[in-house]
Every structure is written in C-alpha cells, then in structure tokens.
Write a protein that binds this ligand. Structure first.
Ligand code: DX5
Ligand code: ZN
Length: 229
C-alpha cells in the first residue's frame, strides 16, 4: 500500500494548524517535518518548538527528517516533543554516531530511519537496514522544496527495494523531492511505498484530490512494477 506524506515545508506557517488539518482530512498517511540547520544544508527551517506545537495540534504520524549536523545530539529532544519517525542522514556524522542515533531512537520507542542524499551510494544503508523501519531516499539535493525529481535515483530505489524484499524486511522505502502525479508513478514502480510531497500537495487548490491522485497513480504503477514481477 502506498502512503502519502505531505511536507509542511510548503505549508503556510502562519496558518499551519489549518493546513495540517486540511491534509489530514484529505487522507495523508504521514506528516513530513523538515528540519534544516543551515550547516548540513544551506537553508534553515523549523525545529523543536514547532514540532511541539504540531504534536499538540494533530494525531497524525510525524515523520521528522533531520537535515542537521550530528543529529545524535537532538534525538531525545525531537523524540520528547512528538516525533514518531526520526530520519537521520548517513552523511551527517561518523558511522559510530549515526549508529548511536539509530539506537537511541529505538531505545526511546520511536521508529528509526536512515536517509541518503542523491550522491550517496545505495550501499550506505546496508549497516542499518536490519534495524530501521524506514529508508528515506532523497530524489533532490536536500535543502529546498520545489526542485525537480532526479530520474537517475530510480536505480537506487530499485536496488534498495530488492535488498529489503530479499531479506524479508518490513522496512518502508520513502522518497523525498520532486514528487508529482508523474514522478509518483516512476518512484512507486521502482519500489518506493512512501511518497513525500511538499509543493505538489500544498500548492494544490484541492489538497485531498491531489493526495488521492498521487496515491492512485502510485498504486497503479506499483501493481505493474518490479515488486510484483
Ligand atoms: C527538501 C525536503 C523535502 C521538500 C520536498 O530538502 O526534504 O521534504 O519539502 O519538497 P517538494 O515536494 O516540493 O520537492
Ligand atoms: Zn524531507
């Protein structure tokens, strides 16, 4: 089953509660929460206090994407303030500290996830694959919404999907960046089952209809995709 995760990076922060309620009613599965520190990526977005408010405003599953240096320092804070899924970039610290971030997330009873930038090889997930509940693949350079999907990421999606399936893991495979009704099909056909969509959902006049369209296209493509062969 395909899950749609609207990214609030493209919401109107002055009316965030209403925008979140709109996508919840529109059938979104997860709410994607992009944290940027101006160091790991060249942009600054939102952090712990906003997460705390969002947690109190909705019961949606909060999928927190940490685009920050040395995220192990902040796992407790994001966990205590409402994250359900905590994504850390493998490029953001030493392997030992990424492992410590994953372990701490699990100790706190949250879902751990690792994330890869476009240029990072698929193999970088292997040390974590048996322990995480989700792998997040960037299909744009992280830092900004509204960029174009990188088609050369499709091979990486297929590769990681094949490892997940051959190991019999329940791990989800999420893609982030440039998702629209067309790229949703390609990503799902390649084996992604969670689609982050920022601008495509939040800029739509009818967000519920847009979420339904993304899901329909992706589910049709997944049925004919590599997974079913
Ligand atoms: C980019 C963020 C994305 C972003 C996606 O660094 O991680 O979640 O919001 O935006 P769109 O869907 O507009 O590409
Ligand atoms: Zn993101």
């Amino acid at each position: 089953m395909i899950k749609i995760a609207p990214s609030i990076l493209s919401a109107d922060f002055a009316r965030l509660g209403e925008d979140i309620e709109d996508v919840r009613r529109g059938g979104a599965d997860y709410l994607h929460f992009d944290v940027m520190d101006g160091e790991f990526v060249p942009n600054i977005s939102i952090g712990v206090p906003v997460l705390n408010s969002v947690r109190r405003a909705t019961d949606m599953i909060l999928d927190v994407h940490l685009m920050i240096d040395r995220p192990v320092r902040y796992i407790d804070a994001f966990s205590k303030n409402g994250a359900d899924i905590i994504n850390v970039h493998v490029e953001s610290d030493s392997p030992e500290n990424i492992r410590a971030a994953v372990d701490r997330t699990l100790e706190l009873g949250k879902r751990a996830a690792v994330t890869l930038k476009p240029k990072t090889p698929a193999e970088a997930v292997l040390p974590y694959l048996d322990d995480v509940s989700l792998v997040l693949l960037m299909t744009v350079e992280p830092g900004f919404g509204g960029q174009s999907f990188m088609y050369d990421m499709l091979d990486k999606i297929m590769k990681i999907r094949s490892w997940i399936d051959s190991r019999g893991l329940a791990c989800e495979l999420e893609v982030d960046g440039g998702i629209n009704p067309y790229t949703a099909k390609l990503a799902a056909e390649a084996g992604a089952n969670v689609l982050v969509a920022g601008s495509d959902v939040f800029k739509a006049a009818d967000r519920g209809a847009r979420i339904a369209l993304l899901r329909k296209n992706a589910e049709e493509a997944a049925r004919g995709g590599v997974k079913q062969k």
